[in-house]
Design a protein around this ligand. Structure first.
Ligand SMILES: Nc1nc2c(c(=O)[nH]1)N[C@H]1C(S)=C(S)[C@@H](COP(=O)(O)OP(=O)(O)OC[C@H]3O[C@@H](n4cnc5c(N)ncnc54)[C@H](O)[C@@H]3O)O[C@H]1N2
Ligand code: MOO
Length: 435
């Protein structure tokens, strides 16, 4: 059996194969629900701050100037505002300075401590603030200390500092820091273009009238939401009945139009053990038709030389999975049960295929209904959506049957019950992903 980690790795390789990049203006990297990822490495050719500057609105002085003491009016040089180049500061004087303004050069003796830097005394430590721009009188609380409230050149970014590596998320702070060294553009991975395909004769689109044995399609809406939040660019949705030739035709004709062409199809349903599994049947049909595939002849025992590989992962829900190529398109086949579809996107696709930042992991104490033990399948990691209570514990009150989608609507965590656990006891602690 393929492990969850190995399968994620396989999907990651898929992502690398499909990835392409483009330059984006830094001011426009944040136009997607997920932070985009850098496709280049950036080292700084600049220092940030670019010059020593003031952290406060106040008065810049030499801390060891014997003329600068509390209680005695000190004459002022012209004020320096942010964006203006100051005159040098001379002995016996103070200079009004605004936050972000450049600290002046010192044009005077080193006094008794030649390692000493100028400092800024905030306006709150003066008697009259900026009301009098000829003299300043410092209060007894004023502190004269080398470098106080000075933001030093290069203290945020120095020459040659690594600002981002390939694959780093362009978070707001990283995007801003790239701009802070004067960059205008960055190479980013383009979000993968995804065609979402639902399958099954029983599935009817909301808005149409379902037949007596039909259900509404909930997977398409849920998957489009989950994939978009993961960072995919969903280019469209299709529904295919349980006829392999109709499925293949629908996808081929979708792809024939360059303006809407997808990089990858994500389908739901039609992959497990039944007699009418349309994804399996479509793959078999392509084998019969001798369709060439680049996926390398997946070694599925039922389907040698198939473009698709069908497998079962040790997790529940989300066990049945398929990956490969169908209708000439890279293809990821998810199981059709609605909760299985969402668990698969969360656990398998979100970070590995779409590059979303990993979820935070946390440890949660679980409470079972009435304190009775709950069973868990040995040999499979059980994934359970739950809502975190204020005390950091969760109640496993929702059934984990994979058709009960509505119950998961308020989930804030996905609890992962390890493979070797057969019974979940009230008060047990497990790892969870914070959603
Ligand atoms: N004999 C066995 N049967 C099944 C096994 C098994 O091991 N042996 N595995 C079960 C598990 S686990 C899952 S998960 C499902 C996966 O099956 P498929 O991926 O082939 O999905 P379908 O059979 O097409 O559909 C499953 C279920 O989900 C409903 N569905 C499908 N599409 C939608 C949609 N767009 N919106 C809402 N609901 C949808 C569908 O009606 C089925 O009820 O196989 C089990 N069977
Ligand atoms: O494992 Mo299936 O994916 O329960 O519903």
């Amino acid at each position: 059996m393929v492990s969850i980690a190995d399968y994620r790795e396989k999907l990651f390789d898929f992502l690398l194969l499909l990835s392409s990049w483009e330059y984006r203006d830094l001011a426009q990297v944040a136009t997607h629900p997920m932070p985009l990822r850098a496709a280049q490495h950036v080292k700084s050719a600049e220092q940030v701050p670019r010059f020593n500057n003031s952290q406060m609105d106040g008065f810049v002085v030499h801390p060891n100037d014997p003329e600068v003491v509390a209680g005695k009016p000190v004459p002022l040089l012209p004020m320096v505002a942010a964006g203006h180049n100051p005159e040098p500061l001379t002995p016996g004087f103070a200079m009004p300075i605004m936050t972000g303004a450049k600290i002046p050069e010192w044009d005077g003796p080193a006094f008794d401590d030649d390692g000493c830097d100028l400092c800024v005394v905030p306006v709150e430590e003066t008697v009259a603030g900026f009301d009098d721009l000829t003299h300043v009188t410092f209060t007894p609380q004023a502190t004269f200390e080398s470098g106080r409230f000075v933001r030093y050149r290069g203290s945020d970014i120095d020459y040659d500092d690594e600002l981002c590596a390939v694959g780093d998320h362009l978070t707001p702070a990283r995007t801003g820091s790239l701009a802070s060294v004067g960059l205008t553009q960055i190479a980013v991975f383009k979000p993968l273009r995804v065609l979402v395909v639902s399958t099954g004769d029983e599935v009817c689109q909301p808005g149409l009238r379902p037949g007596a044995a039909q259900i509404y399609d909930s997977n398409t809406s849920a998957a489009v939401a989950a994939l978009s939040v993961a960072g995919a660019h969903v280019v469209g949705t299709l529904h295919a009945p349980d006829h392999p030739d109709l499925l293949l035709d629908a996808v081929r004709s979708w792809q024939a139009d360059d303006t809407r062409r997808a990089d990858v199809v994500v389908s739901m349903g039609g992959i497990s053990m039944g007699a009418r599994e349309v994804i399996r049947l479509a793959s078999e049909l392509e084998v019969q038709q001798g369709v060439e595939n680049w996926y390398g002849g997946a070694q599925s025992p039922r389907l040698p030389n198939s473009g698709m590989e069908f497998c079962r992962l040790p997790m529940q829900p989300g066990g049945p999975q398929a990956v490969g190529q169908l209708a000439g398109v890279p293809w990821v086949g998810l199981p059709g049960n609605p909760v299985s579809t969402l668990v698969s996107i969360e656990v398998l696709l979100r970070t590995s295929m779409f590059g979303a930042p990993p979820r935070n992991r946390m440890s949660v104490t679980v409470h079972t209904p009435d304190g009775d033990p709950l069973s868990s399948p040995v040999g499979k990691t059980q994934m359970r959506f739950a809502r975190l209570d204020a005390d950091g514990s969760v109640r496993l009150e929702w059934s984990n049957s994979s058709h009960l989608l509505h119950m998961q609507a308020d989930a804030t965590v996905l609890v992962m019950i390890p493979q070797d656990v057969s019974a979940i006891e009230d008060g047990d602690t497990f790892e969870a992903l914070a959603l």
